[in-house]
Write a protein that binds this ligand. Sequence first.
Ligand code: ZN
Length: 442
Amino acid sequence: MGTLTALRDDLDRGAAQRRMRARLEALYPICRSITGDGVRASLEILGSDLPLEMHEVPSGTKVLDWTVPQEWNVHDAFIADVDGRRVVDFGESNLHLVSYSIPFRQRITRAELDGHLHSLPELPKSVPYRTAYYDASWGFCVSEQQRSALHDAEYEVVVDTTLTDGALTYGEALLEGIENTAEILLTTHVCHPSLANDNCSGMALLAEVGRLLASTEHRYSYRLLFIPGTIGSITWLARNEMHLNRIRHGIVLAGVGDRGPLTYKRSRREDAIVDRAATHTLRHAGASHRVLDFSPYGYDERQFCSPGFDLPVGRLGRSPHGEYPEYHTSADDLAFVDDEALLGSLDTLLAVLDVLEGNGTYRNTQPKGEPQLGRRGLYRSIGGVPNLEAVEFALLWVLNQSDGTRSLLDIAERSGLPFPAVRSAADALLKHELLVEERDQD
Ligand code: ZN
């Protein structure tokens, strides 16, 4: 098995792209929510590419300040007109039913029905995505066009759902590192129905990363979580509180497939190593990108970065939630996810992980004056840098800064050189015994 750096160099990007698209298409039609068979069906698909363990946490379980809710499943749901024609049908799109709608079966007036309809006047063709996890109600989401076409005096409403004591399901995979048990946590949410960018893209990408890491040697252990948003991360944190000190770095993946620029949101710590590695990687990637400061809203970074945990967990995505009109609507469909964008997100994530894997602290064994580099043939031994001048810069920076207190990431930041050049220089200097590793990072 090769290293992550070698994997990135040799990656069959076309094949990775095709695998992610295939997962996306398999996951998209499934009706997921924070509990239920849709999550299980999704984890089945994802588990074909990595050693995914399915966990079931019973309804009613106390998790931090929350309680695992009853399990929700849908058998059928529709609104039929006086002729019995289904004018709104869950079978056509699972977005039509408000998630966690309670069972209901009755003929009601058009006016009464209206109070249970959700639409988007500003986006008349799109169906919104709505949830009612904790308020025991039912509702349907329709396009503004569908809504305005409902002219009958009465409609038959059928919400054939079940809310029963069952379980909350999440998936977890541990890919063990070769050196130690320190972990990198990678998570994504699995609780939205047919929304392609907002949940399917994260699942498709994280499964791909897991598949690739499983065939690679890595220093860290990787813990991958496929969890329902909020209640899933709270449940996982409640069950794993004793082991959180193993987590050295973490990234939440969300909305990684739209055409917007890559966006990294810093952890609550703001300058955790993962924050610096991601910022450094985006800065050197050349493409437009954004780095956002931490805020206590968004995806599951909210829970990982709550003050009682304060884990070094940032978030990687593209257009932030709520900042694009397709967000939480039927327009977030399979065509909204761009294969090149998804692949770019994969490339970036792997590059960030490569920095985390390759970071370390060293000591110059010849610190008095510069060692004579030409005599040792060092200039010819470096890869990954554009020209001889950059090679020399990288060697001199690493030698000068490696006093046992500064990491390679510190040196990359201070020198302005890309991390791979600094890492490559350190490898050459190690080979010539001009550097020794100061200490294992963990
Ligand atoms: Zn969402």
